[in-house]
Write a protein that binds this ligand. Structure first.
Ligand SMILES: CCc1ccc([C@H](C)CC(=O)N[C@@H]2O[C@H](CO)[C@@H](O)[C@H](O)[C@H]2O)cc1
Length: 788
């Protein structure tokens, strides 16, 4: 019985016995689920072996606590990592189906907003591929990030409901449940603090196996769902109070009902804090339960447990771990604090002031009274050892989650070299001076399995043909491609792969009434919509280009398609105006008979992980144009370089390291650097000056203000020509110059492809495997082990 036949039989067996469907009546979803179950069967054994080996080897485990895991689809990832893609392709071909079509039936697990959530997902896959014993802990949101659609160019939001169908990749764990309390009071009983919560919910675990490359190891993503202590109040039901009967359940489930869609603004909502404590407390309980099932001496905890806080969202872990060790395990307070600190480490992902979490002490006293007491004690303990320094964890009636996380962590890291440096000079300046060894850098990375091997099979095949397939788990082997940049035949095939990917994307767009020319340059900016990411700078340059083409239609223009993708937080008005403007400009320019053969704008709605996997392999120009000093790292920038797109960008975040590795000559740099930005912002009237000095910019802004693209965009023009905090006006002229340089380069196909090959070849360092090895060595002191 060949492996393929065994696999085929398992698919048919699941269709019949797991889904109760016979082939004749099976829908696409049935086939997708049958395939999922057959693939899942092949994950369970390595999964169990990994868990068993970690216990047998008394290995140190890593616990990654994150409010977000932007996983996307799982079936293709698992099939690729198990090396079953070709078999699945052959089986479905024989069954008369297109595997790609079956795979496209899976909904994205959109349990995240953007960079932070996707990084967590890449990290889980890399920890499994490396064989680092680890758990991801998060929330099983019933509704992930909202679905975006456009109505008359404006963003509309609709609930995302990935769980309104069978979810093939989770195992419910009713036996792993914890009672999580809120509110109530703290009484002192013989010198011991006893917290009696006034309300409680049950946190129930759902496990998803995360298989690594070649299925050698699998870790667990444990997501907590909120359930009521008692499901249904029969008494109230019998009394005819039907709502009352279901109230407890509805209230409890609210905690894991929906992901907060903000990715840069701390709303400070009570429910958000409940979500943060809910999953953090359940995770710490589970971690201590597992530790105590193997060891009795709590002083061993830091040797066996490393807990990573993905930003401040789980920072309540500091006080909660101290509470568990001191109040429940009876360790002395200072010992509890020391042990907790040696287990905990914290990653900062943003310097934006509005994104730094602070909770009112009033709310903290109300919701978590014992934790507020402990925060005071921890703060006092920290200040005691540094009386003269302003390193308070509280200020103006708020608990500052950044300083609290910093104070309760043995290591704190930034996510790119520039960002880590800025952390030391700005938000954590005083704390850094106090703890000069605590801040380290771990530049982000992305998993090459999803973002190259699976998303871009044409390029992957070409690379493997040229240098073998070891690159997939040792990405810096891509360096071996450098000499091939000078090989015309290889360049030819490299370009052919990109060309074919562009044709696929053009097909996808034409099916959605967005016809584009596959021979035009595909210029892509895909990320959350935010002023600091400057999508409005990109659309203003697009307008100026359009005007220039109209001035000189016979000019030697390079046909270009400007592709945008991204959601705005529902409450972020300005970002929504930027979306509206981009769609309005698209309508105008795409309908212009004189220019539409030279310039098109495409903005597919509902940008998510799956759409990124479709857009990035077809991209030629990657827009990384944030105001220097604002983008902590970026990870899309890495995905584009690996897939042979050239970057136009500022010296911001990881762009700096990408440019250093691929070579300045293979990168289109523009704009001010982080220190020039600070200096320029201090110049009175900096925007007006810039507009004064650049007629193209003035003309583009006039067109927007005068209604060329419709009414209602004054806000954007006023901002860019007024306060312009993100220096769109001041960076415009150089951006326009860089875009013209891009066109000059693009005209020389050979030179362009050569640069593209060098970007792919020299981007291997941006593998999340390299990043995870950095965390293992510098922060977690954890070692990889192989499953027995
Ligand atoms: C409290 C609301 C909130 C929610 C999420 C966040 C995240 C930290 C925002 C985020 O996703 N940051 C991005 O993290 C990526 C992974 O490190 C970086 O590559 C991006 O530069 C950074 O913007 C801030 C504030």
């Amino acid at each position: 019985m060949s492996a393929t036949n065994g696999f085929r039989d398992d698919i048919l067996r699941h269709l019949k016995y797991s889904l109760g469907k016979d082939e004749a009546h099976a829908q696409r979803t049935d086939w997708r689920l049958a395939l999922s179950f057959a693939v899942r069967d092949r994950i369970v054994d390595p999964w169990f072996a990994s868990t068993r080996t970690a216990y047998a080897r008394q290995a140190k485990r890593v616990y990654y606590l994150s409010m977000e895991f932007l996983i996307g689809r799982l079936l293709e990832d698992a099939t690729v990592n198990l090396g079953l893609m070709d078999q699945a392709d052959a089986i479905f071909d024989e069954l008369g189906f297109d595997l790609k079509d079956v795979l496209s039936d899976e909904p994205d697990a959109a349990l995240g907003n953007g960079g932070l959530g996707r990084l967590a997902a890449c990290f889980l896959e890399s920890m499994s591929t490396i064989g680092c014993p680890a758990y991801g802990y998060g929330i099983r949101y019933e509704h992930g990030l909202f679905k975006q659609s456009f109505h008359e160019g404006r963003q509309m939001e609709a609930p995302e409901d990935w769980l309104n169908q069978i979810h093939a990749w989770e195992f419910e764990r009713p036996e792993s449940a914890f009672r999580i309390g809120f509110g109530g009071e703290v009484r002192d009983e013989h010198g011991r603090a006893v917290w009696t919560p006034s309300e409680a919910v049950i946190a129930e675990a759902y496990d998803t196996p995360i298989i690594g490359w070649q299925g050698r190891w699998a870790n667990t993503l444990r997501l907590w769902a909120a359930k009521p202590e008692n499901m249904f109040d029969l008494g109230r039901f019998n009394a005819g109070d039907f709502y009352g009967a279901a109230e407890a359940e509805a209230l409890a489930r609210t905690i894991s009902r929906v992901l907060y869609p903000d990715d840069t603004t701390d709303e400070g909502k009570r429910l958000r804090l409940k979500q943060e404590f809910f999953f953090t407390a359940a995770s710490l309980r589970d971690i201590l339960r597992r530790f105590k099932s193997e060891y009795s001496d709590l002083n061993l905890l830091p040797k066996k447990v490393a807990i990573q806080l993905n930003d401040t969202h789980p920072a309540i872990a500091g006080p909660e771990l101290v509470r568990l060790l001191h109040d429940e395990q009876n360790l002395a307070l200072e010992d509890a604090i020391a042990i907790a600190r040696n287990c905990l480490s914290y990653t900062n992902h943003t310097l934006l002031p509005e994104a730094l979490e602070r909770w009112s002490e009033g709310l903290m006293w109300d919701l978590l009274p014992r934790h507020m007491q402990l925060i005071e004690a921890i703060d006092a303990d920290h200040q005691r050892s540094h009386p003269d320094r302003k390193v308070a964890m509280r200020g103006d009636g708020d608990v500052l989650m950044g300083p609290l996380a910093f104070g309760m962590a043995h290591k704190v890291n930034g996510v790119s070299a520039l960002h880590t440096d800025l952390m030391k000079k700005t938000v954590f300046e005083e704390l850094h001076r106090l703890h000069p060894e605590r801040i380290v850098n771990q530049t982000n990375g992305v998993t090459p399995r999803r973002w190259v091997q699976a998303a871009n099979p044409r390029l992957s095949g070409l690379i493997t043909e040229a240098i073998g397939d070891a690159w997939i788990e040792d990405l810096e082997q891509l360096e071996k491609l450098v000499p091939l940049a000078d090989d015309a035949a290889f360049r030819e095939r490299f370009d052919a792969a990109k060309r074919a990917n562009k044709a696929d994307l053009a097909q996808y767009f034409s099916e959605r009434d967005m016809p584009v020319d596959p021979d035009a340059m595909f210029d892509v900016q895909i990320k959350r919509i935010h002023e600091y990411k400057r999508q409005h700078l990109n659309i203003l340059e697009t307008i100026a280009l359009w005007q220039a083409i109209r001035d000189d239609p016979q000019g030697d223009w390079v046909p270009r398609v400007k592709i945008f993708g991204g959601k705005a937080a529902p409450g972020y008005f300005f970002a929504k105006e930027i979306i509206h403007l981009i769609n309005a400009v698209a309508d105008k320019i795409n309908a212009d008979p004189d220019t539409s053969h030279l310039l098109k704008v495409a903005y597919p709605a509902n940008y998510n992980v799956t759409l990124a996997e479709r857009l990035i392999p077809a991209a030629e120009l990657s827009e990384q144009i944030s105001t220097a000093g604002k983008e902590a790292s970026g990870t899309g920038n890495m995905k584009f370089s690996l897939n042979g797109a050239l970057t136009i960008g500022t010296l911001d975040g990881a762009n700096v390291e990408i440019r250093n590795l691929v070579g300045a000559e293979n990168f289109f740099l523009f704009g001010m650097d982080a220190s020039e930005v600070v200096a320029r912002r201090a110049v009175e009237g900096h925007a007006a000056q810039a507009i004064e000095a650049d007629p193209r910019l003035a003309r583009a802004l006039d067109a927007v203000r005068s209604g060329t693209f419709g009414e209602g965009f004054e806000g954007i023009v006023d901002n860019v020509s007024g306060h312009d905090y993100f220096l769109v006006a001041s960076d415009f002229t150089d951006f326009y110059r860089a875009q013209r340089d891009v066109e000059t380069a693009y005209r020389d196909r050979d030179a362009w492809i050569r640069m593209a090959v060098l970007n792919t070849a020299r981007s291997g360092w941006f593998s999340s495997d390299r990043t995870i090895r950095g965390y293992m060595d510098d922060i977690w002191h954890a070692r990889a082990i192989a499953a027995e």
